[in-house]
Write a protein that binds this ligand. Sequence first.
Ligand code: NZQ
Ligand code: ZN
Length: 384
Amino acid sequence: MLNFTFFNPVKLLFGKGQIAQLAVEIPRTARVLMTYGGGSIKTNGVYDQVMAALSQHTVLEFGGIEPNPRLETLLKAVDLIRREKIDFLLAVGGGSVLDGTKFIAAAVPFEGDPWDILAKQSPISAALPLGTVLTLPATGSEMNSVSVVTKEATQEKLFFSHPLVFPRFSVLDPEATFSLPACQIGNGIVDAFTHTMEQYLTYPADAPLQDRLAESILLTLIEEGPKTLADPTDYAARANVMWCATLALNGLIGAGVPQDWATHMIGHELTALHELDHARTLAVVLPGVLAVQRGGKQAKLLQYAERVWGITSGTAEERMEQAITRTRQFFEAVGVPTRLSAYGVSSDTIPVVVERLVSRGMVALGENRDLGPEGVRQALALSL
Ligand code: NZQ
Ligand code: ZN
């Protein structure tokens, strides 16, 4: 096992009715800014529950944070906060609202151009405290310190991570996810699945516990994910998928093991260029990356084939191939197409993606730093 430091201070309040706990989790004297997205919380009852819980608090609102949150929008919240002397942020929504709010938290006390926090990885020394109410299980943002922001002007999608932007608490009520459209449910399943794969499907590191934790998440998503699609009000299935998505990216399964993340880096470029939902890019990219990298990944691909998909017969090549095919089929089965053509994106985009990665210095991706421009090209070409 590799050396690791594991730190995760996020308090989780999980289950039905937990939104009411906001009343005690946020200090009574705080001046709160509630941030949210395009309005789903106004139609599914979450907004009303939050407001009822905070009836004794001073609460201002900032709505309109878009999917793949835009720097330009978030900076408007920064102005509002500085003007109104806000001292606590409450993000209510999916990963975009949570990520956007983490950026806002860091940007308010930042001296200089806040985009530098991402573009130059400028260090931050302070951030406003924030809490979250999650409405879309997918990103793990509710229990990690990562934020991904897009600068509209340059079509750049970049991330930063800092312990100061860990949420103080996150409320996870599976009922808040009942209103999700099928496409977002599928997206969430694929995102959580791929987060697990980025930390599991690398090379053996004498870490059987991490392997089995990851396999448990994959198997649970395969079992429970389709149930959430079949019956949007199946509370147990929603709760299980929600917990999977949180555990897939809260640092636990990645502790002490090599990590890949090539699929995410390539996927971010596709989102920035074509506005594809984050998870949809992953569904396109992951099968190709696994195929191109199957040399270095062979041992884990065979383990994945056997333990997750029950594939035990055939040559090593055949078993790896089948495991990749099963992965693609699973994504398709939860309603997420795995071919660029399904999104109206042609092969013309491949050299553009490669060029953008190269311009960012990303010429050696993956756990072995051996996925270069040619490998990225091949991986994308497998999913045309
Ligand atoms: O904006 P509203 O009206 O709320 O609608 C949203 C949005 O249109 C809707 N939605 C959310 N909860 C709902 C709901 N609709 C009905 N009922 C509900 N309960 O869903 C749409 C998509 O929301 P979004 O927040 O964009 O989705 P997701 O949670 O998948 O977040 C994606 C963003 O997270 C980043 C991605 O890059 C992308 O920008 N990621 C963040 C990570 C992290 N912080 O660790 C890691 C991930 O790999 C990822 O990169
Ligand atoms: Zn992701």
